[in-house]
Design a protein around this ligand. Structure first.
Ligand code: IPM
Ligand code: MN
Length: 371
């Protein structure tokens, strides 16, 4: 299989984690006889520095013509505390989502026994947690009319949804539920918001086409609580853009490391794959960031290509590193391995060099000496 992949390394730790995914994808390509061609493009603070524009046209063009996009991270502290900044890195990502019509952001949340001790929640509450969030990504308050009055004392962000915007993601979420435990939870604020009432109405109507799926509803404030109190209850969670942004970050800490969670943004054409962590500027260039979020995003990309065996092998390799303690500093601050070493270990595993001839002594050499 031949695939053309646009790589947007982005800001902060984006480049170093994305490079590990490319290593792993190359190893998969070699092992299974595929051809992955990469072209590198700019977005975010990196793009502003180099071109003045957070999303150059040529990045949009290349992305539209690609089979998939592998993206690192976006954001730089120099823009975060400056409300007067006219150009912001995040505008690049929002525009790319809109330009490619990436209307569904998919975030699986699962836990790993090797990391249970890092979770802020009790182990008994997180064992076997396995749910997936479908967040609407191109509508709602993020993309509504925005205004600030001339005197600077009143501002407005409009929140609009149309039936069509709700229907298309709802179908994806119901189909996913059918492949899983057949439960879908719509998270909204239908006791207050008109848009939420539309979501409820449309999703209820669509539910009739998926009679094997049990549908329930939660107000977002309650959902925020339930995700912490009893995350096992969820299977597929469907929600609008802003609520999804918030509850997916909340859900991401359950596993014990934000660095591990992948995501896919899908729409009408080419899909985008990115770890859910941010640009983590404090760690940039130090080779200490966790590349697993990016590598697992690459696995989602393989699934998206229909390469399920290959995706499963990447996930097996990731589990193997975790089980053997080959982990980055966020997971073990004393006995940790570098970002690039984890990338090599996983690509070696995928390339069938492990575990038969696993040479722990060799791997030990690549361990950090920083204490
Ligand atoms: C995310 C991020 C973005 C969002 C930012 C960077 C615009 O937080 O992907 O969740 O709010 O959607
Ligand atoms: Mn977010």
């Amino acid at each position: 299989m031949t695939k053309n992949i646009v790589v947007i390394e982005g800001d902060g730790i984006g480049p170093e984690v994305t490079r590990q995914s490319v290593k792993v994808l190359n190893s998969i390509a070699e092992q299974f006889g595929h051809e992955f061609n990469y072209s590198y493009h700019l977005m975010g603070a990196d793009a502003i520095d180099k071109t003045g524009n957070p999303l150059p046209d040529e990045t949009i063009e290349a992305s539209l013509n690609s089979d998939a996009i592998l993206f690192g991270a976006i954001g730089h502290p120099k823009y975060d505390n400056d409300p007067t900044a006219k150009v912001r890195p995040e505008q690049g990502l929002l525009k790319l989502r809109k330009s490619l019509q990436l209307f569904a952001n998919i975030r699986p949340v699962s836990t790993y026994p090797a990391l249970h001790h890092l979770s802020p929640l009790k182990t008994k509450n997180i064992e076997d947690v396995d749910f997936i969030i479908y967040r609407e990504l191109t509508g709602g308050i993020y993309f509504g009319k925005k205004e600030t009055d001339a005197d600077g004392n009143r501002a407005l962000d409009d929140c609009t949804y149309t039936r069509e915007e709700i229907e298309r993601i709802a179908h994806l979420a119901f189909k996913q539920a059918q492949l899983r435990r057949k439960k879908l939870t719509l998270v909204d604020k239908a006791n207050v918001l008109e848009t939420s009432r539309l979501w409820r109405k449309v999703v209820k109507e669509i539910a009739a086409q998926y009679s094997d799926v049990e549908l329930d509803f939660l107000f977002v404030d309650n959902a925020a609580m339930q995700i912490i109190l009893n995350p096992k209850q969820f299977d597929v969670v469907l929600t609008e853009n802003m609520f999804g942004d918030i509850i997916s970050d909340e859900a991401s800490v359950i596993s014990g490391s934000l660095g591990l969670l992948p995501s896919a943004s899908v729409g009408k054409g080419s899909a985008l794959f990115e770890p859910i962590h941010g640009s983590y500027p404090q760690a940039a260039g130090k080779d200490i960031a966790n590349p697993l979020g990016s590598i697992l995003s690459a696995a989602m990309m393989l699934d998206h290509f229909g390469l399920h065996k290959e995706a499963e092998l990447v996930r097996t390799a990731v589990n193997w590193t975790l089980q053997n303690g080959f982990v980055t500093k966020d997971i073990d601050p004393v006995n940790f391995y570098f970002t690039s070493t984890i990338g090599e270990l996983i690509s070696d595993f995928v390339g069938n060099k492990f575990p038969g001839d696993i040479n722990k002594a060799n791997i030990e050499l690549r361990k950090s000496t920083i204490i």
